[in-house]
Design a protein around this ligand. Structure first.
Ligand code: LFR
Length: 471
């Protein structure tokens, strides 16, 4: 039996600490700690409460100790694009402003005046989203240039937690690519882009690849926890970790389904071609320099917000049930529209969209939920068509991974609208990808192929087929 590795996986709506260990070629998981994450208002901006999140990480580590388990290593992944800046004394210069904050409104257009859109795409390969770090930094430059000038350290969220654990400051490759400031081919910070935008390039650190052992816990934390462990870099971008867990990547399209739906394929090189630009696909860096050619789709965020707007009166399962009872109702919204990124009220926004597009206006919670799920399935179908057009081939299978793959109704809808086989699982794809990267760093698993075989042998995958095709 292997030693224990601890994955810290924090998404936009929840975080968890999961212990992994290998026994007889199978990976076993134990959830040690789970907590809520949400956007809070701070200094007029939507922010993440990173102090509270770090306390939750510490609570989880202490729970391991209470169980008598001292993991060999820990790895942290979170959502991408967001960052903090530190001064010369390593004090925070900024809040951890959340990517849904409207400070980046209009910034993309400002950046394109300095760097043509095409150039930006052909160099970085990254999808245009108004919240990418490049636009966040440019927004900061407009309002507080002195802060940017003073900054000595740019750390993305998992990197800041790693710094608090070890005292070491480093940037990690998979998350760095999400900034739209890394050259897709050299895999380094693009100094030319930074210079053109007048962004202080001294604050960026060396980009380290996943599977790097960053260090061990600081002396203070060893004392506090009563044990030491290695701090390893997994793919610190959660989607990078999740896609490692896709059991079968050949001829498969994956959907990493959570707050976002990330839909795409794994690739050995970036595809920065005009057609990919036209459809706004990204080439995010992955473990072993495998690229994720994918598109961000609004995802379960919409239903999370709907649930919140109904004052959490219905659980997610209940909303699915209510939607199932509304088979006759159909209105489709464009889930890729930025208006759904952070509307004041998601239910109102969906209703307004339907009214403006002269479709039946959903009234009941069931109709709203049905509209969201139908719209998501439509958007997946569109993205799949675009992928097949770019690759000039048919992908017979879709692998849905992550928490969202537990939504049986949505899985079935995807199979029906795409007429493809849908494989659902594993659920904890991100934590699993995080853990196997740690095992690769420690030499317990040797290759991604071996990791994927282990994952396939360890976790159930459920198959869905188009209900309307016979035979
Ligand atoms: C998913 C994710 C996506 C990224 C979005 C914002 O959790 O990391 O990959 O585009 O959040 O960071």
């Amino acid at each position: 039996m292997s030693n224990y590795s601890l994955a810290v996986d924090i998404g936009a709506s929840s975080g968890r600490l999961i212990l992994g260990h290998l026994a007889n070629g199978k990976l076993n998981l134990d959830e040690i700690h789970r907590f809520e994450n949400k956007i809070v208002k701070k200094n007029e901006h939507f922010c993440w409460d990173i102090e509270a999140l770090f306390q939750e990480i510490k609570t989880g580590i202490k729970k391991c100790n209470e169980l008598g388990i001292k993991p060999d290593s820990i790895g942290i992944d979170t959502w991408a694009v967001d960052y903090v800046l530190l001064d010369e004394h390593d004090n925070l210069l900024t809040d951890a402003v959340a990517y849904r904050d409207p400070r980046t409104d209009g910034m993309m257009e400002e950046v394109f005046k300095i760097i043509p859109k095409e150039k930006l795409y052909f160099e970085t390969g990254i999808q245009f989203q108004k919240f990418n770090t490049i636009y966040q930094l440019y927004a900061l430059k407009q309002t507080s240039p002195e802060v940017l000038q003073k900054a000595k350290s740019f750390l993305m969220i998992p990197e800041y937690f790693n710094f608090l654990l070890t005292g070491k400051k480093a940037n990690e490759y998979t998350n760095a690519t999400s900034t739209q400031l890394v050259n897709a081919f050299t895999k380094k910070w693009d100094h030319e882009l930074l210079d053109k935008l007048g962004i202080n390039k001294e604050m960026f650190h060396e980009i380290l690849p996943p599977k790097t052992v960053l260090g061990t816990l600081s002396k203070e934390l060893v004392e506090e926890f009563g044990f030491d462990m290695k701090v390893v870099l997994p793919a610190t971008h959660d989607t990078g970790s999740a896609v490692i867990s896709v059991p079968e990547v050949e001829d498969s399209i994956y959907i990493s389904s959570g707050t976002w739906s990330l839909i795409g394929v794994e690739n050995r090189f970036p595809i920065c071609v005009p057609q990919a630009l036209k459809y706004n696909f990204t080439n995010e860096g992955g473990i072993d320099y495998r690229y994720r050619f994918l598109k961000n789709i609004m995802g379960l965020w919409m239903i999370q917000e709907v649930k919140r707007n109904y004052h959490d009166q219905y659980s997610f399962a209940e909303l699915v049930k209510l939607a199932e009872n509304e088979q006759q109702f159909q209105s489709i919204v464009n889930v890729d529209d930025d208006r759904f990124l952070k509307p004041d009220n998601m239910v109102d926004e969906i209703q307004k969209y339907c009214q403006e597009t002269k479709q039946p206006i959903p009234q009941t919670p069931g109709q709203i939920a049905k509209c969201v799920y139908d719209s998501l399935a439509e958007s997946y179908k569109r993205a799949i068509n675009e992928i097949e057009e770019i690759f000039e081939k048919n992908f017979p299978r879709i692998n849905v991974i992550g928490g969202g793959c537990q939504n049986e109704m949505l899985n079935q809808m995807i199979a029906n609208v795409t007429n493809k086989e849908v494989c659902a699982g594993p659920i904890e794809a991100t934590a699993i990808g995080n853990i196997v990267a740690q095992y690769m760093a420690l030499g317990e698993i040797h290759t991604i192929q071996e990791a994927r075989t282990t994952i396939k042998d360890s976790f159930e995958v459920k198959i869905y087929k188009n209900q309307y095709v016979r035979g």
